[in-house]
Design a binder for this molecule. Structure first.
Ligand code: ADP
Ligand code: GLC
Length: 476
């Protein structure tokens, strides 16, 4: 059994912008099944502090990157949390990474240096009598942790998980001193990246072990197409890099008990949810499949490809219900498509409850991403009998079994994959899924296969457990 400090910028249910939060929120209980104790360190954003209830202050900082701060500990929603209460860094309106206009907060380097710095402090001196055997950081926001561990003279192993390599957390070398970094280590073997300080590179060079969230993404990351400039660093660390696919929280995403839907155990139970979903989106009845998409609206997610390929769905009587928010240009383009086509309906916003109804009522979940380290909505879709139509990349490649003639013949298919990731290939795939939908027996088989595919955490938590155990043993 190991004690692990998880260091992360978002964690469900307290604060979430994407799948990272789901993973951080689900890992502790999944690991508990293997005897590991994971506690989670998060920033005390404005919306987080009031959710904490009774806390204990276990450390005070006179000056944590520009102002006073307190470290709280508490147990909330089954999670053992450490929360950094630093009003000058985290108590503000707007998003957790960006301001109301969508621009990165200019002090993001300090905000997340503080997260990493406190993580190292907990590893070095303990917190409230608890000292981790392992520190596990996620994405660039936890990236400077190994530098601060080194500065504190602490040998605690550091596991780093790449959820999305698109974000590097780079900042100007002028900040070496204010970020409390060792100027002697500002070089290519540590955290220098093209003349800048890179929190991501600090993690990739300093981690004892690197994981990412699917096997295919682990391979892709070492190529120029997907590595986003870090492919060389990752090839250098190849022997310490492993892909472990994400699971989903099977209690939160359980169609048999889900309070946001009309619960069901078999796919036939989806009918009532489909009617409710069509009503919510103002869609009528139609002959083709009701496709749903729930996502951040960014370049990554391939929304523009979908807009281009839409006729292939609509011409076959299909429908689209989409929930998302993000890039204003994509929002406008989607709303225009909804204006133009009666079988397209779009809700701009973030709505956790509606996301559940969409999985329950949708016939198809669309994930046309250009790259996707793991992806979670296709996993929700599988569990709820919404057949995934996905790009062949990253975790989408690893978690969906394409309805090829061979897979159909062997009765193992769970969805449809397309490649290359172009509007033309997506057009073909939409045609294919509409065709499959017209064959009720085949469709039922796909749904049955999808709903019985394991998508929980158990196998992947076992892999993390094994990594922690071997690192803890080696460092004893
Ligand atoms: P990413 O982390 O890249 O955004 P994932 O598929 O891993 O992609 O995770 C996205 C998570 O965020 C899922 O839990 C999804 O349901 C949720 N989500 C994204 N956009 C919305 C939205 N507009 N409303 C509700 N949930 C959303
Ligand atoms: C990232 C990725 C997504 C992954 C999630 C959780 O945000 O974009 O593919 O599922 O992290 O690991």
């Amino acid at each position: 059994m190991s004690k692990i400090l998880s260091v992360v910028s978002e964690c469900a249910p307290q604060i979430k912008t994407g799948g990272l939060a789901d993973v951080a929120g689900a890992l502790p209980s999944a690991l508990a099944a293997y005897g590991d104790e994971m506690r989670t360190l998060i920033p005390g954003y404005r919306s987080v502090m009031p959710q904490l209830g009774k806390t204990k202050v276990i450390e005070k900082f006179d000056d944590l990157f520009g102002g006073p701060a307190k470290l709280h500990t508490c147990k909330v929603a089954g999670l053992e949390l450490f929360v950094i209460d630093a009003p000058h860094l985290f108590d503000r309106d707007g998003g957790i990474y960006v301001d109301a206009q969508g621009h990165d907060w200019p002090d993001n380097p300090e905000r997340f240096a503080a997260l990493s710095f406190v993580a190292a402090r907990i590893a070095a001196s303990g917190a409230g009598g608890w000292t981790p055997d392992i520190v596990h950081g996620h994405d660039w926001q936890a990236g400077l942790t190994p530098e601060y561990l080194q500065a504190a003279g602490t040998k605690t192993p550091f596991v780093f998980t790449i959820h999305n390599i698109a974000f590097h957390g780079n900042t100007s070398a002028d900040k070496l001193e204010s970020l409390l970094l060792d100027a002697d280590r500002f070089d290519r073997d540590h955290f220098e990246f093209w003349g800048q300080i890179s929190a991501l590179k600090a993690a990739l060079m300093g981690a004892t072990k690197i994981t990412t969230v699917s096997r295919t993404y682990a391979e892709e990351l070492m190529t120029p197409e997907f590595g986003m400039g870090m492919e060389g660093v990752l090839r250098h660390r190849q022997s310490d890099l492993v892909g472990i696919v994400n699971g989903i929280d099977e209690d939160v995403w359980n169609p048999a008990t889900d309070p946001s839907i009309t619960p069901f155990k078999a796919a036939t139970g989806k009918a009532a949810n489909k009617v409710a979903l069509q009503k919510t989106f103002g869609l009528g009845a139609s002959d083709g499949p009701l496709c749903v998409l729930v996502s951040r609206l960014t370049e990554q997610k391939g929304i523009d490809l979908l807009l281009e390929a839409l006729p292939a769905l609509l011409d076959n009587g299909g429908q689209l219900a989409l929930l998302g928010s993000g890039d204003p240009r994509l929002e406008v383009a989607l709303l225009e498509a909804a204006e133009t086509h009666e079988n397209v309906s779009v809700k701009i916003g973030y709505d956790e409850t509606l996301a559940h109804l969409m999985m329950a009522g949708g016939d198809v979940i669309l994930v046309p991403s250009r790259f996707e380290p793991c992806g979670l909505t296709q996993l929700y879709g599988l569990r709820y009998g919404a057949i995934p139509l996905v790009a062949l990349t990253g975790g989408l490649a690893d978690t969906v079994i394409n309805a090829s003639p061979a897979a159909l013949a062997r009765d193992v298919a769970t969805g449809v994959q397309f490649f290359p990731i172009t509007a033309q290939a997506l057009t073909n795939a939409l045609g294919r899924i509409c065709d499959l939908y017209t064959q009720p027996n085949l469709w039922k088989t796909l749904q049955r296969n999808a709903m019985k595919q394991p998508v929980g955490w158990s196998a992947s938590a076992a892999e993390y457990h094994a990594i922690y155990a071997s690192l803890a043993k080696a460092s004893r």
